[in-house]
Design a protein around this ligand. Structure first.
Ligand code: ZN
Length: 345
C-alpha cells in the first residue's frame, strides 16, 4: 500500500529510503505552508514505524488504524489545538514546559504496544522558550525507541537550537491532479467533485482533505468568497468600510485577513480565466460562474491584471507588517468597478 499523500515525491523518497535502510532520524522537522499536509505526513511516519504489515504504512492493520484514530498508546501529539489551561480553562497561547516535562517523562518509558514511541509536536513554533530549551536534551538523545516529529509553518520562529537537532523535511504544495486523485481514491469523492475541491485547495492537500471530510469547512470558504465578492461590487464607501473592518484588528486576525485576500485573488484569477474565454469549469467556484462570466465580459484585461497585481502587492505589504489600513485602502481604491447590478455568489 503506497503512502496516502499527494505529491511530495522528494520527502517520500527520503522517508522510504531511511525506513528501509534503518537510518531513520530520531528527530524530524516538517516545514511547509499552512494546510499542505505536514501533520498527515507525520502521522503516516508514525504508522510506518509501528505498522504490523510487511509494507508499511499499510493503513489497515490494527496499529495503523489505532494511530489514525488517535488511540495508539505510543503515539502522542502535542499541539495548541483544543489545549486549555488547567487553572483558568482559557485557550492556551503556547505549548508550555509542563507538557514538555510530561513528554520527557513519557519518552523514558518503553513502548506499550508498538515498536516506537512517537511524539508529534504539531506547531513547533508554539513551544514556549522554556519548553523548547527543556526539550533539547531529549531531541539530542531520545533513546533507541523514541522518534520526535515536529511540524512548523514558520521555521524561523522555531528556536535555532531545536532546528539544528532535527532532520529538516520540506513539505510543498502538491499538483492539483495529484490532490484530485487522492480525494477520489482515499476520500471517496466523485471525480468532478474531487477535481473542483482540488482546484480550490490551490495545492494544499491538508485543506482539500479537510474540506472533503467537513462540509462546514468547505461552506465557510464559500461564505468568505461571497463576502469578498460582495465587497468588490460595492462603491468606494462600501469598500473603505470593509477595509476599515479588516484593518481594525489585523494584529489579532492576521491569518483571517490574509486568507480573505487569498480568496479575493482566487476570484480575480477566475475573472481572468473567464475573460480569456477559458471553459467555465476551469474557474474555481461551482455556483457563481454565470455572475462571474457576466462581470468578466464587462472588464478589460488591463483592469483584471491591475486588480491581481494590486492584491499581490497588498498581500506582500501586509506580510511585511505595513500599516494595514493604508495598504488595504490603496488596494480597494485600485480595484476596478465591477458594475454588476445583481447576482450573488
Ligand atoms: Zn499498518
Amino acid at each position: 500500500m503506497p503512502w496516502r499523500v499527494a505529491g511530495q515525491d522528494q520527502a517520500l523518497a527520503y522517508l522510504r529510503r531511511s525506513l528501509a535502510q534503518g537510518t531513520f532520524p530520531h528527530a524530524l522537522l516538517f516545514v511547509g505552508p499552512p494546510h499542505t499536509g505536514k501533520t498527515t505526513l507525520a502521522l503516516h511516519v508514525a504508522q510506518a514505524l509501528n505498522c504490523l504489515d510487511e509494507d508499511p504504512p499499510c493503513g489497515s492493520c490494527a496499529a495503523c488504524r489505532r494511530i489514525a484514530a488517535g488511540k495508539h498508546a505510543d503515539v502522542v501529539t502535542l499541539s495548541l489545538e483544543g489545549a486549555r489551561s488547567e487553572d483558568t480553562g482559557a485557550a492556551r497561547k503556547e505549548i508550555g514546559i509542563d507538557r514538555v516535562r510530561d513528554l520527557i517523562h513519557s519518552a523514558a518509558l518503553p513502548p506499550f504496544e508498538g515498536r516506537f514511541r512517537v511524539f508529534l509536536i504539531d506547531g513547533a513554533e508554539d513551544l514556549s522558550r522554556e519548553a523548547a530549551n527543556a526539550l533539547l536534551k531529549t531531541l539530542e538523545e531520545p533513546g533507541p525507541h523514541v522518534v520526535l516529529l515536529l511540524t512548523a509553518v514558520d521555521e524561523e520562529a522555531v528556536l535555532p537550537t531545536v532546528r539544528s537537532r532535527c532532520q529538516r523535511l520540506v513539505v510543498q504544495t502538491a499538483p492539483v491532479d495529484a490532490i484530485a486523485h487522492l480525494l477520489e481514491a482515499e476520500e471517496g469523492l466523485a471525480p468532478q467533485q474531487a477535481a473542483a475541491l482540488a482546484r480550490v485547495s490551490r495545492g494544499r492537500t491538508g485543506w482539500a482533505v479537510r474540506a472533503a471530510r467537513d462540509p462546514e469547512f468547505a461552506a465557510e470558504w464559500q461564505r468568505q468568497r461571497a463576502a469578498v465578492w460582495d465587497m468588490v461590487r460595492q462603491g468606494t464607501e462600501g469598500r473603505l468600510a470593509w477595509a476599515a473592518r479588516q484593518a481594525a484588528d489585523f494584529r489579532r486576525r492576521r491569518a483571517e485577513v490574509l486568507a480573505n485576500l487569498d480568496v479575493a485573488l482566487d476570484l480575480w484569477h477566475d475573472l481572468l480565466l473567464l475573460h480569456a474565454g477559458c471553459p467555465p469549469d476551469l474557474a474555481l467556484a461551482t455556483d457563481d460562474r454565470e455572475v462571474l462570466a457576466a462581470a468578466a465580459r464587462r472588464l478589460t484585461l488591463a483592469e483584471i491584471m491591475g486588480a491581481v497585481r494590486a492584491l499581490r502587492a497588498a498581500r506582500a505589504q501586509l506580510e511585511q507588517n505595513a500599516n494595514p489600513r493604508l495598504a488595504l485602502d490603496v488596494l480597494l481604491l485600485d480595484l476596478p468597478s465591477v458594475g454588476v447590478a445583481q447576482g450573488v455568489v
